[in-house]
Design a protein around this ligand. Structure first.
Ligand SMILES: [Zn+2]
Length: 250
């Protein structure tokens, strides 16, 4: 399989994966390979992967709509987490390469599934439902997962494969004691198409975080992060007894 950028199909780069047979059946129409459940296409634009997620989530929405008259809300919630949320969360930080319209498509499907679980109308507000489920909308969840990932990279060097992918500013400014020495180094980017690239967007998101959240203690860090992200959900009047999210806000 040969990978090439969108606009230069004729000038193909030398990045090749040899001896790849797509789905074991030769078929010229197939343009992607599946690696651990993640679809990589020849232009690395994740369109095939998005198509795959949308297809799975749409099928699950159909199941939920069929089951909503039979199952109670607790069982429907379980169905949502097993059939929809698991697919949305899989390799989530990589979905930063999708554009806004594509993320909005996933968000629309997620909201449709949640409204079905709670038996709400198509235009009801979803923020109280997200709060009740203890989850975030997919576009916010994306940033949340990226920040969690960068916390692991910075303090625990995990996963080890990414150990040399991002560097701290102190690695480049050793003689100087600058205040942002502990932040990640952000390369200069001019093209808008690179703004969401993991090499630029991940460290930028971490650097923009408040200093009081960036703590080594994993438990305190997760609590602060949840407080920040769940606090951004609007129009929530919680009546849940012993609500974990409301408890975090205190
Ligand atoms: Zn609550």
């Amino acid at each position: 399989m040969i990978f090439s950028p969108n606009r230069n199909i004729n000038n193909r780069v030398n990045l090749k994966i040899e001896n790849v047979q797509l789905c074991q059946v030769p078929n010229e129409k197939e343009t992607s390979i599946r690696v651990l459940g993640f679809f990589l296409d020849e232009k690395l634009n994740l369109k095939d992967h998005l198509k795959n997620i949308c297809s799975k989530v749409s099928k699950s929405i159909f199941f939920i709509s069929r089951a909503k008259g039979i199952l109670d809300k607790t069982s429907l919630k379980l169905l949502y987490f097993s059939r929809v949320h698991s697919h949305l969360l899989y390799c989530l930080p990589l979905l930063t390469l999708l554009n806004k319209a594509e993320i909005a498509k996933l968000l629309k499907l997620q909201k449709r599934a949640i409204r079905l679980v709670y038996g709400k109308k198509y235009n009801d507000h979803c923020d109280p439902l997200f709060h009740d489920l203890g989850i975030l909308p997919i576009n916010t969840q994306l940033d949340y997962e990226i920040i969690k990932f960068m916390h692991n990279i910075k303090y625990f060097n995990k996963p080890p494969f990414f150990r040399d992918t991002w560097h701290l500013n102190r690695d480049f400014n050793r003689p100087y004691g600058l205040r942002n020495n502990d932040d990640f180094y952000c390369p200069r980017v001019i093209k808008i198409s690179f703004f969401k690239h993991p090499l630029y967007y991940f460290p930028k998101l971490w650097n923009n975080l408040d200093n009081n959240i960036k703590t080594v203690n994993r438990k305190a860090f997760i609590s602060s992060l949840k407080r920040k992200f769940f606090g951004s959900l609007h129009n929530v009047r919680c009546v849940k007894v012993n609500c974990k999210i409301c408890h975090l806000m205190i």
